[in-house]
Write a protein that binds this ligand. Structure first.
Ligand code: ZN
Length: 492
């Protein structure tokens, strides 16, 4: 089987054979969250999509350095160059330090991503921890002649850049279109042109998050951190840059311009963008009343939700669509995903105990399903096809269980590997009922052991009774005998 991976490159708008810069190592940079609010559905999709990419490369035997940043400074309201910093605004409203806001929502984000069974990235750099690196990039852009200073702020000169390079290569927007679609500057702005974007902003007197720089006490522009941190951790050129489609313009377009201006190369070999999530056909937004956080989804506490949906149901639901297709959330589609996942997880358990007939001939369909699954995943991460092939596998597992089909040990090993390597390994699907009930499970198990000790004592089997007491003590559980039996508690 060939391990050739084809990836749709948003920059060239074609599916290309993936060739890493370093033959055995892959570098991935993904734009992470701006940490000023709870993680929501819009975070789940890139979280899961790039996690599957990360897992697939690892499964194919690559070493992977997966960098996903945390934006904790410089992301202004409406993604614009004016207005309040999103984190500083939240801090002002809640009377907290901006870094308290960033820390709080970073932890909440990690928690949501862990529940979705995404692996943590290899490096998670924070924008506020890389101010020096960002100032260095601004200096280089200055030296190259594509930046100007205006009242202590520094802007990228888009038209100057466009004379030497092309601005708009990723989004396909020509500079002429951009000019005609942009409002005139109102005379108050420090910018020479409305197309220019901030590299460094001078902080106003009330702005808390500020750092010294050669130009002013201020803070970096939002786009700058990804140029600085991707270069620092992945090099001047790296393999894959991912993010949501909404980041393509201006964020990623600006990154390309900054990279080219500061280090002479656009830096990224493959641009990858996941499509957006809609809710009952509508864009998700606070003003539509359909803004659902992941916590609300997992607990069912949102008026739009008929029930709670487990994190694994949400993960499975996301994987049932191709990452470049839009994905529409509705109660019906989530309930269907819940049913499908249950069927898949039942088969994952059943396949462990399938009967084997040494004399049974190989079942051709099993090998076919395996190759279809790999073809699908290697074809631009086509998870919906891989999932539908897995359901063909579920059908076979059920037939073997019902003794309608016989398999030999090799076929059983193939089935087992598909569940281990693909379902659990690459797609990251696990039975999350176990996690939700782990406390109940511990309580049940301890009670069972204690009942066994009570029975041993009733039989005057002191040796067994003492053995159980000592074994429980060794794992931190103490038993207190009562007249009805025994109680237990953790040893303080
Ligand atoms: Zn970014």
């Amino acid at each position: 089987m060939s391990n050739n991976f084809y990836l749709y490159n948003t920059l060239t708008r074609t599916k290309e054979l993936f060739k890493p810069i370093n033959p055995d190592r892959v570098g991935i940079y993904v734009c992470g969250p701006t940490v000023y609010g709870d993680a929501h559905l819009g975070h789940a999709r890139p979280g899961v999509t790039y996690d599957v990419l990360f897992r697939l490369f690892k499964h194919l035997g690559y070493k992977v350095r997966y960098v996903r940043n945390i934006t904790d400074v410089g992301h202004l309201e409406n993604d614009a160059d004016e207005g309040e910093d999103k984190i500083a605004k939240k801090a002002r409203l809640e009377q907290l330090e901006p870094m308290e806001v960033a820390q709080f929502y970073t932890l909440r984000y990690h928690d949501a991503m862990r529940k979705l069974n995404t692996l943590p990235p290899s490096i998670e750099p924070h924008a506020s921890g890389h101010i020096i690196e960002q100032i260095e990039v601004v200096k280089k852009i200055f030296d190259a002649g594509y930046a100007y200073e205006s009242n202590g702020s520094v802007y990228f000169d888009v038209q100057k850049y466009n004379q030497d390079h092309k601005y708009g290569v990723l989004s396909g927007r020509s500079i002429e279109d951009q000019i005609s679609n942009t409002r005139e500057l109102d005379g108050q702005s420090d910018k020479h042109s409305p197309l220019d974007f901030a590299l460094w902003k001078k902080a106003s007197a009330e702005h808390i998050m500020r750092w010294p720089s050669p130009w002013s006490d201020g803070f970096p522009g939002w786009h700058l951190e990804c140029s600085a941190m991707s270069e620092k951790y992945l090099g001047k050129e790296f393999d894959i840059h991912g993010g949501g489609m909404d980041l393509m313009f201006p964020h990623h377009e600006c990154e390309i311009a900054q990279n080219t201006a500061s280090r002479g190369t656009s830096g990224v070999h493959y641009w990858m963008h996941n499509n957006m999530i809609t809710i009952e056909g509508k864009k998700m937004g606070k003003s539509y009343g359909n803004f659902i956080t992941l916590d609300e989804l997992f607990s069912g506490s949102h008026p739009k939700l008929q029930q709670a949906y487990s994190p694994m149901t949400v993960r499975f639901f996301i994987l049932q669509a191709h990452y470049r297709s839009p994905l529409d959330f509705s109660n019906e589609s989530l309930q269907a995903a819940e049913k499908g996942l249950k069927r898949l997880m039942q088969a994952a358990k059943d396949q462990l105990n399938l009967p084997v007939q040494e004399s049974a001939p190989a079942v051709a369909e099993i090998a076919t399903i395996k190759s279809h699954i790999y073809e699908a995943l290697l074809d631009d991460l086509n998870t919906p096809i891989a999932v539908s092939e897995l359901f063909n596998l579920v059908t076979i597992v059920n037939k073997i269980k019902d003794k309608a089909v016989e398999i030999n040990a090799d076929d059983k090993a193939t089935i087992n590997a598909l569940f281990e390597d693909i379902v659990k390994g690459v797609l990251g699907l696990e039975d999350d009922r176990a996690e939700g009930s782990s406390e109940d499970m511990i309580n049940g198990l301890v009670q069972m052991v204690i009942d066994a000790r009570v029975a041993a004592k009733a039989n005057k089997d002191w040796a067994t009774s003492d053995k159980i007491r000592d074994a429980l003590k060794a794992i931190g559980i103490q038993i207190k005998d009562t007249k009805d039996g025994a109680e237990w508690s953790y040893i303080e």
